[in-house]
Design a protein around this ligand. Structure first.
Ligand code: ZN
Length: 315
C-alpha cells in the first residue's frame, strides 16, 4: 500500500513570550492569528495559531509560548527553517518591511530560488521565497496588502541525523517525489500548491536541543479521519510506532518519530478552525476544548493578556 500526503499541514514551535510572538507573526509578517487556545496537556500555556485568512492547511504555524521554557538549539532531529511563499515581485517590499522593523536578513539561493532568511525574536529561522503557486492571502493587516501578503508555507528545511533514512521516509512513507540534490540539499515535492517543497540538508549540523526557539514537530496532511487510520496502518506495517489517534479539536492527529530524529505528525484537514468560531471572528476569543470549559475563569485569570496590534513602525 502506498500513500501520498498533500504536503505540510502545520508546523509547531516553542517560544518564550506570547505577546512578542504575536507582534512578530501578526504585526511584522502579517499572518492572521486564527486561534487562541491553550496547550491541551498544559492548560496554563497558550497555544497560538497563525495562518492565512482562513487558516488553510499548509499555511499554519503554531506556538507554545512559555516564559520558563529554556532556550533550545536548532540542529539535527528538527525542522531547521520554515519557508513562506510570497507573491511574485514582492521581495523588495519584504526587504523594506524587514528593515523597517529592524529585522536583519540575508539572501541565499537554493535550487535557483532567492530566499530572504531571518530569525524571529526567539531565534527560529524563517525564509521568504517568491513563487506563483498558491492562492493570494486576502488577510489585510498593518501595511501589508494582499499583493504582498505571505500566502502560506513554501516548505521547510529538515535537519536529519540520518539524511538517507529520512529521504526514504519522505519518499516511501509520505509519498513525496524526489527532485534531486543541489547546493547541499535534497529536495522533495508533494502535490499541494503550498507547503509542498521539502529540503533536507545533506551537510552535518550540530545536534538539536529541544527548547524555546526550536520547532517541536512538523505535521503532514491527511484527507480525513478514515485516511488517517490508513496512514496509521501503513506506519505500523513499515515498523513505525505511531501514537493512537488524538483529538486536537481542529484536526485529528497521530505522531511518530522518523529515523532522522524529527517528530512527525499526520493531521486531518477537517474540521479546521471554523469548527468553534466563525471565519470573521477567528482568533479573537480564548477557545477551550469542551473538557476545559468549566475552568475558563481560572485559566483566563492565569494566562497573560495578549492582543493583536499594529506595531509603531507600521503607523
Ligand atoms: Zn501539531
Amino acid at each position: 500500500m502506498s500513500k501520498r500526503t498533500m504536503g505540510i499541514h502545520h508546523i509547531t514551535a516553542m517560544v518564550n513570550y506570547p505577546q512578542r510572538n504575536i507582534d512578530f507573526y501578526a504585526g511584522v509578517l502579517g499572518l492572521r492569528l486564527i486561534k487562541k487556545t491553550i496547550n491541551f496537556e498544559r492548560p496554563e500555556v497558550y497555544h497560538l495559531y497563525f495562518g492565512n485568512e482562513s487558516g488553510e492547511p499548509g499555511t499554519v504555524i503554531t506556538f507554545f509560548p512559555w516564559e520558563k521554557q529554556l532556550k533550545g538549539r536548532i540542529g539535527t532531529g528538527q525542522v531547521g527553517a520554515t519557508s513562506y511563499v510570497i507573491p511574485k515581485n514582492s521581495i523588495e517590499f519584504w526587504e523594506n518591511r524587514l528593515e523597517k522593523f529592524g529585522v536583519r536578513f540575508i539572501q541565499s539561493v537554493r535550487f535557483g530560488e532567492k530566499y530572504l532568511i531571518f530569525q524571529d525574536p526567539d531565534g527560529l529561522e524563517i525564509e521568504l521565497v517568491e513563487r506563483i503557486d498558491g492562492p493570494i492571502n486576502n488577510w489585510r493587516f498593518g501595511g501589508i496588502q494582499p499583493e504582498f501578503a505571505i500566502k502560506g508555507f513554501g516548505g521547510a528545511i529538515l535537519l536529519s541525523a540520518e539524511p538517507d533514512k529520512s529521504a526514504n521516509v519522505l519518499e516511501d512513507v509520505l509519498g513525496l517525489e524526489c527532485l534531486g540534490k543541489e547546493d547541499g540539499f535534497h529536495r522533495f515535492k508533494s502535490e499541494a500548491q503550498l507547503g509542498n517543497l521539502i529540503d533536507m540538508k545533506l551537510t552535518p549540523s550540530v545536534r538539536g536541543l529541544k527548547g524555546a526557539g526550536t520547532v517541536h514537530h512538523i505535521a503532514w496532511r491527511a484527507k480525513d479521519e478514515e485516511d488517517l487510520h490508513k496512514w496509521r496502518t501503513l506506519l505500523l506495517s513499515k515498523g513505525y510506532k505511531p501514537t493512537e489517534i488524538l483529538d486536537r479539536n481542529y484536526f485529528k492527529a497521530l505522531y511518530f518519530k522518523e529515523e532522522g530524529g524529527i517528530l512527525f505528525e499526520i493531521a486531518t484537514d477537517p474540521p479546521g478552525f471554523t469548527v468553534d468560531e466563525p471565519l470573521n471572528e477567528l482568533g479573537q476569543k480564548l477557545m477551550l476544548p469542551s473538557w476545559l470549559e468549566s475552568k475558563r475563569d481560572e485559566l483566563e485569570n492565569t494566562l497573560p493578556t495578549v492582543k493583536v496590534q499594529v506595531l509603531d513602525a507600521d503607523n
